[in-house]
Design a protein. Structure first.
Length: 208
């Protein structure tokens, strides 16, 4: 249950960005950033702007300023953001569409958390010549530009499949990367209405 104190100490979007940067910097470098590091990251014109943000963060209980170089102590740990695993997708004949969150995937550079990014578990072998194997996790990005020859996740009659995209003016061909499978041909209208997202990478099943 949220209290008035919780609401009062909630960070604004810009304050959250500064706090997240401080935490990331500390994790990667082993020590907190300077005022100049923060100003450079956000293109602030002066250390005064940085100081204002740090005062807000301190007053809300997120950091403590220690009055010395790199003197920022993190008092709260931000919740870890992870990539959700939403189900399975066919690399073969289409299978029943993904629908449930079945787990999460910790950040693996460069496949870190971003909004509209999720993972689907591969079932089948139609994409093996693209290096995508049964049991791997395909990372899918929604709401991103898709072009010819991209690998895409698509819903076909409520079944999900992962294929390489080839487009002409009036139709779309979804190509397998395995000579044992036939291409799937749909109209442009069908494709645009049922696209799930763009394949951007994978996590090999052997390291899961």
């Amino acid at each position: 249950m949220n209290t008035k104190a919780d609401d009062k100490n909630k960070l604004t979007k810009s304050q959250q960005k500064v706090f997240d940067f401080i935490c990331r910097f500390k994790d990667s470098e082993g020590y907190p950033p300077t005022y100049r590091d923060i100003a450079k990251e956000f293109n602030y014109g002066s250390d005064g702007t940085v100081k204002t943000y740090l005062i807000y963060l301190e007053n809300k209980g997120y950091i403590q300023r220690l009055g010395k170089a790199r003197g920022l102590k993190i008092l709260k740990t931000p919740p870890k953001k992870v990539i959700p695993i939403l189900g399975e997708i066919a690399a073969g004949n289409p299978i029943a569409a993904y629908e449930d969150n079945i787990g999460t995937l910790d950040d693996i550079e460069p496949l870190t958390y971003q909004p509209d990014r999720f993972a689907l578990k591969i079932r089948g072998d139609s994409m093996i010549d693209a290096g995508i194997f049964d049991g791997d996790l395909a990372i899918i990005q929604r709401n991103t530009h898709i072009k010819n020859n991209d690998i895409v996740a698509v819903l076909l009659d409520d079944d999900a499949t992962l294929k390489r995209l080839r487009q002409t003016n009036d139709q779309v061909t979804l190509l397998p990367e395995n000579k044992n499978y036939e291409p799937i041909v749909v109209t442009q209208q069908q494709f645009q209405a049922r696209i799930v997202g763009k394949y951007i990478g994978l996590v090999r099943s052997s390291i899961l």
